[in-house]
Design a protein around this ligand. Structure first.
Ligand code: XIL
Length: 335
């Protein structure tokens, strides 16, 4: 199609699939996949709590199920995620030391998940949400990550022990991913509130440079995943300039950019708000479509009443009746 021609490669555009859908939700969503999307991510099925329910045990049934669903739709599949502070298996937080985490737990988990999922994965979120929200300009990569006030920087057992005294846990995750991921898979640091020109965004660049230098992952294999859970409120950064600048800075390094979890929350679903939402959606898609290094774009959830932010947030492309909203038309016109 014209996008593929312009980018010289397949443009992967899609959404989530959750293993918990009712049969009515599944058939509605499948219809959208058959007609509109060519890319799928598991909303929950590939997270650590699903994939390693007891230590050392690989359980990829849910994750493989979503991948097979993608194959059956002629869609591509991205992996989310191998490391996150949330949706962890119950055996993990509080049970490991820092050296056990870095030497055994993380490499074993990343290997068994990435190796087990095999070749049909366009990109992996190797680490998810590791940068803090209270960061300031000039912080080192380590300071950016130590600022994250969640496990493993703050263990969930209440002891408050900080397991992160250096970034070896990040390096272990990435060097293992590099070893076992398909050669074409992009390896991402994925996070929210990183589209603008601010301290958290600067941290993402610091962390990426650190991974490149210390885990020996070449930039052409690296990506920043911009989750993009945003609100359609005035005063936010511009997708046309700030986001596009961030993509261009990554391109200058030889690294990839991707939109991994876009939803755009509304204060209420008025038609004026929906038109504003459509314009922002178009700007996001343009930022990716016109960047040389952006090939994957995921909308987080497909219908307002299936959305993790709740139906009242009206943050997806389709309304609670399953009808396309102005944003869906805005997007369709560009693909
Ligand atoms: C959310 C899912 O959408 C929910 O179903 C689940 O209960 C919690 O996680 N950032 C991420 C995603 O990286 O994995 C989260 O997904 C949303 C925020």
């Amino acid at each position: 199609d014209s996008v593929a021609a312009r980018k010289g490669a397949t443009f992967h555009f899609g959404s989530t699939w959750d293993t918990s859908y009712s049969s009515a939700e599944a058939s509605w969503t499948t219809n959208v996949y058959n007609t509109f999307f060519n890319h799928i991510v598991a909303e929950n099925g590939c997270k650590w709590q699903s994939t390693e329910p007891s230590r050392g045990t690989s359980s990829l049934t849910q994750c493989l199920g979503v991948q097979s669903y993608a194959v059956a739709r002629n869609a591509s599949f991205r992996g989310h995620n191998t490391f996150w502070h949330s949706q962890l298996p119950s055996w993990l937080p509080g049970s490991v030391t820092a050296s056990d985490l870095v030497t055994n737990v993380i490499p074993q988990h990343v290997q068994q998940e990435i190796q087990g999922m095999g070749s049909g994965v366009t990109s992996w979120d190797v680490v998810n949400e590791i940068v803090g929200d209270g960061v300031s300009n000039g912080m080192t990569a380590l300071q950016c990550v130590q600022n994250k006030n969640d496990w493993p920087t703050k263990t969930a057992d209440g002891s408050g022990t900080n397991l992160v005294t250096d970034l070896s846990f990040v390096h272990a995750a990435f060097s293992t991913a590099l070893k076992y991921a398909p050669a074409s898979a992009r390896l991402a640091v994925n996070d929210y509130n990183t589209g603008g020109n601010d301290a958290k965004t600067a941290c993402m660049f610091q962390v990426l440079a650190d991974i490149n230098a210390n885990a020996a992952v070449p930039y052409n294999r690296l990506a920043v995943g911009f989750q993009s859970h945003i609100s359609a409120a005035p005063g936010q950064f511009s997708a046309k300039s700030d986001l596009a600048n961030n993509f261009a800075k990554l391109a200058a390094l030889g690294a990839n950019a991707m939109i991994t979890e876009l939803d755009i929350k509304l204060s209420s679903a008025t038609s004026a708000n929906e038109r504003y939402q459509a314009a922002i959606w178009g700007d996001y898609l343009d930022a990716c479509l016109y960047a040389s290094n952006c090939f994957e774009f995921i909308n987080w959830d497909t219908r307002d009443d299936l959305s993790w932010i709740g139906a009242s947030g009206a943050g997806t492309l389709f309304d609670t009746n399953g009808n396309p909203k102005p944003a869906a038309y805005e997007v369709a016109a560009r693909l």
